[in-house]
Design a protein around this ligand. Structure first.
Ligand SMILES: Nc1nc2c(c(=O)[nH]1)N(C=O)[C@@H](CNc1ccc(C(=O)N[C@@H](CCC(=O)O)C(=O)O)cc1)CN2
Ligand SMILES: Nc1ncnc2c1ncn2[C@@H]1O[C@H](COP(=O)(O)OP(=O)(O)OP(=O)(O)O)[C@@H](O)[C@H]1O
Length: 183
């Protein structure tokens, strides 16, 4: 049994479940119809480039590009430094970053996201999220409190409950390979 009060134990269990799921079913999350209604020309959508067995948000990012949105990607320096969302022209080459990430060059333009497609390690139906533990997205949510926080995940990452700390901000919705979860 996982101890549902221990964040690192939950991370280990859901990363293992996610890797098994992806080996059998793949990692693609199709674009849910309700996501399209959030988009309009000129908005900035922050996406991410998946690593390991993370859910792939590219179908959602592609629909955002078709709707006339600008795409930004997180740029990471290290665990302690806040991430910045930098413009990404979908043709542009990416650079290697820390933690095996692919990211825009550090001189790309910094954008303010209206919608943040958010990677996660575990989620609940109450829209709570557990991340990598560096606080990168927690801090980005605090900096951009008006942005829509959309989790992107595989259904295997769902848990019944998560410990919620004072700085944790719930997601507005979660897209998985089989459903769109909202409050
Ligand atoms: N694809 C992706 N991009 C992202 C994140 C993410 O979770 N996924 N981030 C989210 O904040 C930020 C980067 N922050 C990170 C902070 C810590 C670790 C980390 O400790 N990784 C572990 C490996 C985890 C695993 O086994 O899956 C490591 O390198 O040991 C990774 C990213 C911004 N970009
Ligand atoms: N708004 C904030 N400003 C400064 N530090 C923050 C803020 N929010 C969170 N943190 C710090 O970041 C760390 C977050 O740890 P936690 O285990 O909750 O991350 P997480 O849920 O895995 O999410 P993330 O994906 O953001 O890493 C904590 O040490 C916390 O003090």
């Amino acid at each position: 049994m996982i101890d549902l009060t221990d964040k690192s134990a939950i991370r280990a269990a859901t990363r293992a479940a996610r890797a098994r799921f992806v080996a059998a079913h793949g990692r693609v999350v199709p674009c849910p119809a309700p996501f399209r209604t959030l988009l309009s020309h000129g908005l900035t959508v922050a996406s991410y480039v998946p690593v390991g067995s993370e859910a792939d948000p590219m179908a959602l990012a592609r629909v955002a590009v078709e709707a006339g949105c600008a795409i930004a990607l997180p740029h990471v320096v290290d665990r302690a430094t806040p991430i910045r969302f930098l413009a990404w022209d979908t043709e542009a080459a990416l650079a290697a970053g820390p933690f095996g990430l692919s990211q825009p060059h550090h001189h790309a333009a910094e954008l303010e996201p209206d919608i943040i497609l958010t990677p996660l390690v575990a989620f609940t139906r109450a829209l709570d999220r557990l991340g990598q533990g560096a606080g990168h997205y927690d801090r980005a949510f605090a900096r951009f409190p008006d942005a829509k926080r959309i989790g992107v995940a595989l259904s295997a990452q769902e848990v019944k409950a998560l410990p919620v700390d004072p700085w944790d901000m719930p997601l507005h919705a979660i897209a998985t390979e089989r459903e769109w979860i909202t409050a």
